[in-house]
Design a protein around this ligand. Structure first.
Ligand SMILES: Cc1cc2nc3c(=O)[nH]c(=O)nc-3n(C[C@H](O)[C@H](O)[C@H](O)COP(=O)(O)OP(=O)(O)OC[C@H]3O[C@@H](n4cnc5c(N)ncnc54)[C@H](O)[C@@H]3O)c2cc1C
Length: 344
């Protein structure tokens, strides 16, 4: 029987930092990650760059473990640190950091549900490992749910919310009048390479057609190097249960956008070829597990300080248009100016 002081479920940046911190406290720690590499949205599989607190302010820095990771990745890697350019160097840095803290790694291992000792106490997580045909329970004293979907908390019966609250519930000016499911969607990124000579691209028959004057692309800045976060789909799908259906749709849109850039007018990509296409959708939003306190828009606007602060943020209140690229006649963010390339 495997038993740990701390079991971290989900190996994105949040889970990896939590596991490193636990390891440094001398706790016997495990991390369970359902993909072959760590990093989640920031891994070489999805390729969202690390950019949170310091991204919009020249005088701000990430600090703590995430800063250590970022600096080590920059030391080893010469590719630009922006969407789509993340490569195996970051995966390897994360792996190396966890190894050095003696964290036990369960890769390709999906946590399916919490095993309860009693109604309010988790004693283990039931896992399935790809490639080894193994099913097992990992026991622990503490469980950290960093799955993004809150899989452990949800399966333990914890209270959760999904969707947007109405304006009146917390008095938030940016909230809709009535509560709804207008949450942010999942995205696939892609990378292209300048081959130095003209190359053709023939889209598959199932790619979405984006003609020259397509309204959706007029609303989205697209004549710069791809890594387009706005190839995003959310509602009317469910970002958890419809993950696969969203992925197939995203792929058809992604290849349609590339077809537009290559074949519908001159966008400056004549010499460019597809180098990499994301196959694992990056998820932004799904369940929110209810803790002791709900952070609101007003807390952020008032820059409220909390006596038990554990982290800080610097990203703006980044609300995406519900539906993403399916909301053709709207920009991907309500405030986005498609001609302002600085935003990317
Ligand atoms: C295209 C895109 C662009 C973005 N741009 C920005 C931005 O500009 N600024 C910003 O601040 N944020 C941005 N974000 C959001 C940012 O990426 C996330 O907030 C961040 O990645 C969250 O990290 P995390 O570790 O909590 O979750 P994730 O990165 O989602 O990691 C969760 C990990 O848990 C694993 N997992 C899930 N379920 C299980 C399970 N049952 N068992 C085992 N493992 C499991 C997943 O495979 C994943 O690796 C963007 C997101 C996307 C998709």
């Amino acid at each position: 029987m495997k038993k740990y002081d701390v079991v971290v479920c989900g190996g994105g940046l949040a889970g990896v930092c939590a596991a490193i911190a636990a390891g440094r406290y001398g706790l016997k720690t495990a991390i369970v990650q359902d993909r072959p590499v760590f990093g989640g949205n920031a891994s070489s599989e999805i390729r969202v760059n690390i950019g949170g607190a310091c991204a919009n302010n020249a005088w701000a820095r990430e600090t703590g473990i995430i800063s250590e990771i970022f600096l080590e990745e920059r030391k080893r890697n010469f590719a630009p640190h922006r969407n789509s350019y993340i490569n195996s160097n970051l995966d390897l840095v994360l792996y190396d950091f966890l190894k050095r803290e003696n964290v036990d790694m369960y890769l390709n291992t999906s946590v399916r549900k919490a095993i309860m000792k009693r109604k309010d106490l988790i004693e283990g997580v039931f896992c399935i490992q790809l490639g080894s045909e193994r099913e097992f329970v990992i026991y622990g004293d503490y469980f950290i749910d960093a799955t993004g979907d809150g899989t452990v908390a949800f399966s333990s019966g914890a209270e959760y919310r999904i969707g947007r609250e109405s304006k009146k519930e917390f008095g938030e000016s940016l909230a809709p009048e009535k509560e709804d499911m207008g949450i942010m969607g999942n995205s696939l990124l892609f990378l292209v390479r300048d081959t130095g000579k003209p190359v053709k691209f023939t889209p598959p028959s199932w790619a979405v057609k984006y003609p020259k004057d397509d309204i959706a692309l007029q609303k989205r800045a697209h004549s710069y190097l791809p890594g387009y976060w706005w190839i995003e789909i959310g509602v009317p799908f469910d970002t958890i249960y419809d993950n696969e259906e969203i992925k197939h749709n995203l792929l058809a849109h992604l290849l349609g956008v590339w077809d537009h850039l290559k074949n519908e007018g001159d966008h400056g990509f004549e010499n460019f070829s597809l180098e990499w296409v994301g196959m694992v959708p990056g998820k932004r939003e799904s369940r929110r597990i209810m803790g002791d306190y709900i952070l609101t828009e007003n807390d952020i606007k008032e820059r409220k300080n909390f006596p038990d602060t554990i982290a800080y943020g610097g990203w703006f209140i980044d609300l995406h248009t519900p539906g993403g690229i399916l909301a053709k006649d709207k920009p991907p963010e309500p405030t986005l100016d498609p001609d302002d390339k600085k935003q990317f």
